[in-house]
Design a protein around this ligand. Structure first.
Ligand code: GN1
Ligand code: MG
Length: 362
């Protein structure tokens, strides 16, 4: 696969000097392109086994980035090119993706002097909460209707069903392991409680809004002073419950260890990170947040470790077909980790509720 030949189809400035791997996403392949011109670029192969409609996905992303850019311009923001991603079109076309031999590619302009982190302190957590709340607020009046790039992506009922299907077909023969059975027994009793969002939606009291849906800590760019520049990794931007962005950020940020750390006994759910993130989030999301959404933020903080646990676990039982793994038990280690985090978070729900009530009354 010649990456330079792929890059040649896009309208980039300057000659390509070097193309090197970038970042550590679990789904797409990402590279940095250095040129002899003023700009560097990010080249990505979109994993179309997972994102099956790349055209819909890129249409979503173009609509979202265009809308945010217009808002920033209207607000007379400075340095806009570092605050929203820009996707490069193909030479002579206005399409932002290229297909060859069943592989899909896209290029965006690299944002210089930006940093990503795998962990945050409370101060950065508050900035992050504000940024994701602002992201949702800015998109609340988007004219275009966005498609779901992965249908029912954060639908807990579907994820629970997929786990049961994985268990029933036991494709990799892993159900024979007593530990696997024990994890399943631990997870099942919480299923109904965790499917609350879908029920509220059916009752008509929980709306879908445009959310980011992959608010891991490392999907946000910070400048050298710790201020949030922008939100990246926009493949999963789609209609969802606000719980997605609130819960998934805390899943990574409030965990005392990384999501694949085997040291389960060191796992805790950090309330200082929760409180700071909630402060920032509620501050900027207050303009649209309903009482039902706000009151259920503690539930969201538990839902996402639970859902991720179910997803890693189903993938392990299926024989590791979805997430990239670095060693054979990687998905099982991730499962144990997320289960411990879920339990830690759930034990802290009363404290979370107090914090949210306090913030609501300010
Ligand atoms: C995947 O690609 P990445 O690493 O940002 C996944 C998320 C999971 C996450 C777990 C499309 O995100 O939903 O939360 O791994 N993305 C998709 O680390 O499934
Ligand atoms: Mg990512």
């Amino acid at each position: 696969m010649n990456l330079e030949n792929i890059a040649k189809h896009f309208d980039i400035q300057g000659e390509v000097k070097e193309i090197k791997p970038l970042g550590n996403g679990l789904i797409n392949d990402t590279y940095k392109i250095t040129t002899d011109g003023p700009q560097a670029y990010v080249l990505q192969r979109v994993n179309n086994a997972i994102f099956q409609d790349v055209e819909l996905l890129q249409n979503n992303i173009v609509a979202v980035t265009r809308h945010i850019r217009r808002k920033l311009e209207a607000d007379n923001e400075c340095d806009i090119d570092r605050k929203v991603l820009r996707f490069v079109t193909l030479k002579g076309e206005d399409r932002t993706w290229f297909e060859e031999d069943g592989k899909y590619w896209r290029i965006s302009v690299f944002i210089p002097d930006a940093y990503t982190y795998e962990t945050v302190d409370p101060k950065y957590s508050r900035f992050a909460g504000e940024a994701f709340g602002r992201f949702e607020a800015m998109l609340s009046d988007l004219e275009e209707t966005l498609g779901e790039t992965i249908p029912d992506f954060h639908n807990m009922e579907l994820r629970a069903r997929q786990l049961r299907e994985a268990v029933a077909s036991d494709r990799a023969g892993r159900m024979a392991d007593p530990e696997v059975k024990a994890i399943l027994e631990e997870l099942l009793p919480f299923e109904e409680e965790m499917c609350k969002a879908e029920r509220l939606h059916r009752e008509g009291v929980l709306p879908k809004r445009i959310c980011h849906c992959d608010t891991k800590v490392n999907n946000m760019l910070f400048d050298a002073d710790g201020k949030v520049l922008c939100v990246i990794d926009l493949d999963t931007v789609m209609p969802s419950f606000v719980f997605s962005d609130f819960g998934d950020f805390l899943r990574t940020a409030a965990n005392t260890v990384a999501e694949d750390d085997p040291a389960v006994d060191r796992i805790d759910f950090r309330m200082d990170i929760f409180e700071a993130f909630a402060q920032g989030y509620i501050k900027s999301a207050n303009v649209f947040l309903t009482d039902v959404e706000r009151d259920n933020l503690p539930y969201a903080a538990c839902l996402f470790p639970y859902m991720q646990c179910v997803r890693f676990f189903a993938d392990y039982i299926n024989g590791d077909t979805y997430y990239k793994i670095k060693y054979p038990e990687h998905n099982l280690v991730r499962t144990r980790n997320q289960l411990a985090l879920f339990k830690a978070a759930r034990a802290k729900m009363p404290e979370m509720r107090r914090i949210i009530e306090n913030l609501a009354s300010l």
